[in-house]
Design a protein around this ligand. Structure first.
Ligand SMILES: *[C@@H]1O[C@H](CO)[C@@H](O)[C@H](O)[C@H]1NC(C)=O
Ligand SMILES: *[C@@H]1O[C@H](CO)[C@@H](O)[C@H](O)[C@H]1NC(C)=O
Ligand SMILES: *[C@@H]1O[C@H](CO)[C@@H](O)[C@H](O)[C@H]1NC(C)=O
Ligand SMILES: *[C@@H]1O[C@H](CO)[C@@H](O)[C@H](O)[C@H]1NC(C)=O
Ligand SMILES: *[C@@H]1O[C@H](CO)[C@@H](O)[C@H](O)[C@H]1NC(C)=O
Ligand SMILES: *[C@@H]1O[C@H](CO)[C@@H](O)[C@H](O)[C@H]1NC(C)=O
Ligand SMILES: *[C@@H]1O[C@H](CO)[C@@H](O)[C@H](O)[C@H]1NC(C)=O
Ligand SMILES: *[C@@H]1O[C@H](CO)[C@@H](O)[C@H](O)[C@H]1NC(C)=O
Ligand SMILES: *[C@@H]1O[C@H](CO)[C@@H](O)[C@H](O)[C@H]1NC(C)=O
Ligand SMILES: *[C@@H]1O[C@H](CO)[C@@H](O)[C@H](O)[C@H]1NC(C)=O
Length: 749
């Protein structure tokens, strides 16, 4: 049905050298030793500064590094290194899992985390790859390093450590950007979006369709402030697109791009058929700053996760449980957090601890080596703190909780909430407490069953409503599909509850509680939802899977491509299809009508790949279309990364997708490869179209899309994740194009 399509990059372009006053490059490491002025600030790593077993070039030596989990090669200059253009280094190793950051120890600032795999995916053992980080175009986001008192450079290993050789580390004074036309893609009905880097002359650019030249009537060039290394030029054409071969060629840029424009898919938009979109679907966990909230239009912020279960507001102490060696540490003040988040324009969802203990200080930990010498792992930063697991995988017998914690109960929770200067809109009754016997094994080693979980939600939910009468209670924030239906005790617990699966039972009990007390304690059925299929390989097949598994949120015909689809574990209807939003709305309707539905943790399955951003666009569209009531991304998407761009697309800088849906009818819905979402507000249309095909554009004839002026935003495409926006006019609605791997937002003006 889809014609065979082709996007062919025919040629690349010229490099020329600019005249430039050059200060010297600054060496950090060459043969045998760190350069003068550089100090070794590494940790938990075996480092040989004069290794001769593998070296770049034929003489001298390289540095060999063997870092344990999260350990690092780190070097600091006695002084600062402002104003350099980039960092170059030679590296060999089997694609070591490394994150690179540039830091200012003086100001406690740090660059975005640059994962080595965003610079190169082909680092191999035995041969050095010479890599460059352009400080004006940071790998992954295209953002700038900015000016600061930079003095430290860290190559940090991931959770499995990293083994590699590194050589010739140097801060370079100048990077010559090769002028290049990176992409030229048809957009909407009569525009071509041309992405360039460096000084490219586009004055002789030519466009033709099926061999016939089309006149360019206007050029508008746009350079985004936060990703200035690329520029986009919108070519407005004299005539509109139609099916066929589009060629864009730049003689000065030495580049030709050919795109096959496909046959249209027919559809219509009906603004009169509309349901409200709850603005709380555009939330995140732990936004980084007020400007982050404003730039991305974050509507609700959650204070949640494993590290808030033991949050003690009296002293601001917490403990991350099994996420980090059961160690106490300091925390921000939840009260202050609700305050600044609110001042920035976001509502908040605050988690109330609901186990029996909270952290008592910033320093204690549950499994000291001297008390439990025989453990599987110890904190690389704190040798004495173990993970509470014996070498054979069994849990260590839990310690006395008083060593690390102080008792917690509903009256303490109530006192805390009553005393808050800043009131949250919603409170969650703890976080994933159904798995506390693992995550908080030190203070809640018993398996949590149906009855205990219900009792805790009722007790702490009631206390929260007594303290804050208007607060909305969100629970039980269950971690995954398995635990939606049974407890940590196992099927015997289902059996003890008439074989009713956990969540329907829980909802019925919350209804029964309201019947007997006259008061609703539960306002939102809250779940965590992480797509179950494994897309970790991140190859073409995994990316396609990632992009189609969004169907699990709504589609009854989508058999989950994970164990869920083959091994049903519950007593629910159509159990091999997750069908998330409709399923839980139905369960609510049956068991506790009037309860809202929220997802306080979800993710795209990849925060750094473009496909993760496209998944996020699709999901935000689905949340609106299917009437979810609230959602917060786990954890904090990078503002300039692909997931952040999805929020920007819908909500950036005060331009919001409509507050109500409009009906979309498509002759060929093709949900594996595309998503089309429409909204209406004050009679004006908003559209978001996401093209999930990696290399083929899609085109639509959308009846009832008015012609006229639109505000447009898009990201993705052949030139990567960078974002762009402009105002453009639609002449026709009969042939609208969205390029490959691109998300497009249009809002009628
Ligand atoms: C254009 O690109 C081709 C292929 O990369 C190259 O061989 C040729 O020299 C370039 N022409 C100019 C004028 O730079
Ligand atoms: C650099 O620091 C690391 C810390 O892990 C240490 O192992 C290594 O011996 C140090 N090297 C030198 C030359 O001081
Ligand atoms: C790296 O260090 C670990 C732990 O000390 C050791 O088991 C491993 O063999 C080392 N790897 C190499 C390649 O030296
Ligand atoms: C950094 O400083 C230089 C020179 O002072 C200036 O040209 C440049 O724009 C600054 N960069 C940023 C990101 O502020
Ligand atoms: C070209 O586009 C710009 C930006 O949209 C607009 O301000 C200008 O009026 C246009 N020029 C013509 C000749 O249409
Ligand atoms: C487009 O180009 C392909 C070859 O790349 C050719 O087979 C096809 O006929 C062309 N289509 C039109 C409408 O010219
Ligand atoms: C959407 O906003 C408009 C005002 O712009 C308002 O009149 C309308 O009631 C809102 N609709 C919903 C569903 O919130
Ligand atoms: C692990 O070792 C402990 C202590 O020796 C023992 O009590 C426990 O039964 C062992 N667990 C398994 C699964 O073998
Ligand atoms: C909670 O703990 C405090 C302090 O120990 C105690 O005074 C209070 O009675 C307890 N409340 C409940 C409901 O157990
Ligand atoms: C709650 O009360 C309603 C109305 O009386 C009744 O229909 C329903 O069965 C009750 N539900 C439970 C779970 O007690």
């Amino acid at each position: 049905m889809t014609p065979k399509l082709n996007l062919l990059r025919l040629a690349v372009c010229v490099a020329f050298t600019a005249i430039h006053t050059v200060k010297a490059d600054l060496a950090i490491y060459t043969d045998g030793a760190l350069a003068q002025g550089w100090e070794n600030w590494s940790w938990s790593s075996d480092i040989n500064f004069a290794a001769t077993d593998e070296r770049s070039g034929t003489s001298g030596s390289s540095m060999s590094v063997n870092s344990s989990a999260y350990a690092a090669l780190s070097v600091k200059l006695e002084g600062t290194f402002p104003g350099y253009a980039g960092l170059r280094f030679d590296i060999a190793g089997a694609q070591p899992d490394l994150s690179i950051t540039i830091q200012s120890t003086g100001d406690n600032d740090q660059s975005p985390t640059i994962s080595l795999s965003t610079i190169s995916k082909t680092v191999v053992d035995g041969t050095f790859s010479s890599l460059l980080i352009d400080f004006n175009n940071l790998p992954g986001t295209g953002s700038q390093l900015g000016n600061d008192t930079w003095d430290r450079l860290t190559f940090q290993a991931g959770g499995n450590g990293a083994v590699y050789h590194i050589d010739n580390i140097v801060l370079v004074d100048e990077i010559v950007t090769t002028p290049e036309v990176l992409s030229a893609e048809p957009l909407t009905d009569h525009y071509v979006a041309v992405t360039t880097q460096g000084a490219v002359d586009l004055s002789d650019i030519k466009v033709s369709l099926n061999g016939k030249a089309i006149k360019i009537v206007n050029f508008t060039t746009y350079t985004p402030v936060d990703t200035p290394s690329k520029t986009i030029t919108y070519l407005q054409l004299a005539s509109t697109f139609s099916q066929g071969n589009l060629t864009v060629s730049s003689a000065s840029g030495n580049a030709t791009f050919t795109t096959v424009l496909p046959a249209v898919q027919y559809g219509s938009i009906v603004q009169q058929v509309s349901t409200p979109i709850n603005p709380h679907i555009y939330g995140v966990n732990f936004p980084t700053s007020a400007s982050y909230i404003q730039h991305l239009g974050v509507t609700i912020s959650r204070w949640g996760g494993n590290a808030v279960t033991a949050y003690n507001p009296s002293g601001d102490f917490t403990n991350a449980g099994s996420d980090w060696y059961f160690e106490n540490r300091g925390s921000d003040s939840a009260d202050d957090w609700v305050g600044w988040v609110g001042a920035a324009g976001s509502d908040s969802l605050l988690t109330v601890p609901a186990l029996d203990w909270v952290s008592k200080d910033t320093t204690s930990y549950s499994y000291p080596k001297e008390m439990y010498p025989d453990q599987q792992k110890f904190d690389p930063y704190k040798d004495d703190a173990g993970n509470g697991i014996l070498p054979n995988g069994s849990y260590v017998t839990p310690p006395n909780p008083n060593n690390v914690y102080t008792p917690w109960n509903t009256s303490l929770a109530k006192t805390w909430l009553q005393g808050l200067k800043n009131k949250p809109l919603m409170v969650a009754i703890d976080n994933e407490i159904e798995i506390a016997s693992g995550t908080h094994q030190d203070m809640h080693p018993q398996s949590m069953g149906y009855d205990e979980e219900l009792a805790r939600v009722i007790a702490f939910g009631t206390a929260a409503k007594e303290a804050l009468p208007d607060v909305l209670v969100v629970a039980p924030s269950t971690c995954s599909w398995w635990f939606y239906w049974t407890s940590d005790i196992g099927y015997s617990d289902n059996a003890a509850h008439n074989n009713i699966d956990f969540l329907p039972w829980f909802l019925t009990q919350m209804q029964a509680h309201e019947n007997s007390t006259g008061k609703r304690v539960l306002d939102y059925l809250d779940l965590h939802y992480y797509f179950a299929p494994d897309t970790g390989a991140n190859d073409a097949a995994a990316k396609a899977l990632r992009l189609r598994m969004t169907r699990s949120l709504w589609d009854t015909t989508y058999v989950d491509e994970s164990w869920i689809g083959s091994n049903p574990q519950n007593h629910q209807w159509n159990p091999t299809s997750v069908n998330f939003i409709p399923r839980f709305k139905t369960l609510i309707q049956i068991n506790y009508p009037g309860t809202k539905l929220s997802i306080s943790e979800w993710d795209s399955s990849d925060d750094t790949d473009l496909t993760g951003g496209l998944v996020t666009v699709d999901v935000l569209g689905i949340f609106g279309k299917y009437g979810l009531d609230s959602a917060t991304y786990w954890v904090t998407p990078d503002e300039l990364g692909p997931v952040g761009l999805a929020y920007w697309l819908f909500r950036g800088y005060g331009t919001y997708f409509a507050n109500a849906t409009a009906q979309v009818n498509l002759a060929t819905p093709l949900p594996d490869t595309q998503g089309v979402y429409a909204g209406t507000q004050n009679g004006k249309l908003s559209l978001v179209i996401v093209n999930k095909n990696p290399d083929t554009p899609i085109s639509f004839y959308l009846a009832n899309v008015p012609t006229g002026t639109y505000f447009a935003r898009h990201f993705g495409g052949q030139a990567g994740v960078a974002k762009w926006q402009t105002t453009l006019s639609l002449k026709i609605n009969t042939y609208l194009v969205v390029p490959a791997y691109t998300a497009l937002f249009l809002q009628q003006q």
